[in-house]
Design a protein around this ligand. Structure first.
Ligand code: HEM
Length: 414
């Protein structure tokens, strides 16, 4: 039978796609919801784009997080996973392991990274947010990514981990090198990761001798109370907390503010509610921003360890599976008016923080930072506006994350 004519297959991973991947994801959801493609790195992988399939895949124990299960062993060349982590020996972290090791390490970090610790951290987030806004409020213009969204999470995570204030700018610079190079040259990333690795190993060593009230000390303490935690695991844990909580939060603030600046009605509703001292719309609004244009475009790598079927498609053993959170969260089968930003959306079980045993452990901190950052910007700079043509904005080209390189804003100086 001759092929049926159908709409052209969209180009994936181009610059146009990076600026707005949602039309291509809509096409995939409809015509090829479980789709095998060659990624820009040359690795072949399955993209899962429908909400129901995505949720199922994220919770499927046959999909391992351990890159050793990849049939191509592409992780040896650094083509899967976090750039630079392999040569710096940081592989044994939560996003690369399965039960029972995952269960043990997750329990351990949960003991140290408690909701109480995050709640106690609130004044510190307020202080960092205010200080950063103070630094540009008098100027009437700023680059929201470089001057605000980028430094806020790194200082917050450094504080939480117990990195002394005098070392935090070094970590900020190394972390900046890591994300500037994501999707580009690898050498700088490798060097930055090695520096972070060396620094964290040394910090863990120093903390062992002088335990404090910080998260790294909490990890060491939890490890000393019967649970097993090797030095490598402790360094990898500190690294993944830093890495997983850094670029993601930059993108929540960046993508979130961009979406609000482009949806003036919704932004006005939120400003009205903030002016009345209410917090409800800010809370549902941040969830909606996570759904509408979330920081993590594709969940991190998974590999089939047994034959399985997703959405009617058979996945061979050893194949990588990438769950496209950004596509699932705009699936009209789950979300009414899927392409509309609705800050008051009540029924919003988005997958922005993942699902299943790898669900984001930093979600309470991310929500705290996102709500403070966006609430403070809209309150302190009430007439903030976009100071660039949206078509000229540059998006970072990495595979997993979705975020702007810069976001110029202007406002009445305060
Ligand atoms: C896991 C999103 C902030 C630490 C995840 C996953 C997602 C995610 C989607 C699951 C990945 C997968 O299953 O492949 C986000 C978003 C954030 C954010 C959107 C900000 C808006 C943070 C923060 C931290 C953090 C602030 C810590 C300080 C982690 C860790 C994991 C994780 C350690 C691995 C958990 C595990 O494998 O058990 N995050 N995250 N994240 N996140 Fe976050």
């Amino acid at each position: 039978m001759p092929d049926q004519p159908r709409a052209a297959h969209p180009q994936l991973f181009t610059w146009e796609f990076a600026a707005d991947p949602y039309p291509a994801y809509a096409w995939l959801r409809e015509h090829a919801p479980v789709h095998r493609t060659t990624l820009p790195s040359g690795v072949d992988a399955w993209l899962v784009t429908r909400y129901a399939d995505a949720r199922q895949a994220l919770a499927d124990a046959r999909l391992s997080k351990n890159p050793a299960h990849h049939s191509e062993q592409a992780h040896r060349s650094g083509r899967v996973g976090i750039p630079g982590e392999r040569q710096a020996d940081l592989m044994t972290h939560l996003l690369n392991i399965d039960p029972p090791d995952h269960t043990r390490l997750r329990r351990l970090v949960s003991k140290a990274f408690t909701p109480r610790r995050v709640a106690e951290f609130e004044p510190r987030v307020r202080e960092i947010t205010d200080r950063l806004i103070d630094s540009f409020a008098g100027r009437g213009e700023a680059d929201l990514i470089h001057e605000f969204a980028f430094p806020l999470p790194i200082y917050a995570i450094c504080d939480l981990l117990g990195v002394p204030p005098e070392d935090q700018d070094d970590l900020r610079d190394w972390a900046g090198m890591m994300i500037r190079h994501t999707g580009g040259k690898r050498g700088g990333v490798g060097r930055a990761v090695k520096q972070i690795r060396g620094y964290l190993a040394d910090l863990i060593h120093r903390k062992r001798a002088d335990l404090g009230d910080d998260l790294i000390s909490g990890l060491i303490r939890a490890g000393d109370h019967g649970e097993h935690l090797t030095e490598n695991e402790a360094a990898a844990m500190a690294f993944i907390l830093l890495f997983a909580g850094f670029e993601t939060t930059i993108n929540l603030i960046g993508n979130g503010m961009y979406a609000l600046l482009r949806n003036p009605d919704q932004r006005a509703l939120l400003q009205g509610s903030l002016a009345r001292g209410e917090s409800g719309l800010l809370a549902t609004g941040v969830e909606e921003l996570l759904r509408y244009d979330g920081p993590v475009e594709l969940a991190t790598w998974r590999f089939a360890t047994a034959p399985l079927t997703i959405g009617g498609v058979d996945i061979p053993v050893g194949d990588p599976v990438l769950v496209v959170l950004a596509a699932a969260d705009r699936d009209p089968a789950r979300f009414a008016a899927e392409n509309t930003l609705d800050l008051a959306r009540a029924d919003n079980p988005h997958l922005g923080f993942g699902h299943g045993i790898h669900y984001c452990i930093g979600a309470p901190l991310a929500r705290l930072e996102g709500q403070y950052a966006i609430g403070s910007l809209l309150t302190r700079l009430p007439d903030v506006r976009l100071a660039a043509d949206p078509a000229g904005l540059r998006w970072r080209g990495g595979l997993i994350m979705r975020g702007l390189r810069d976001l110029p804003i202007s406002f009445t100086p305060r």
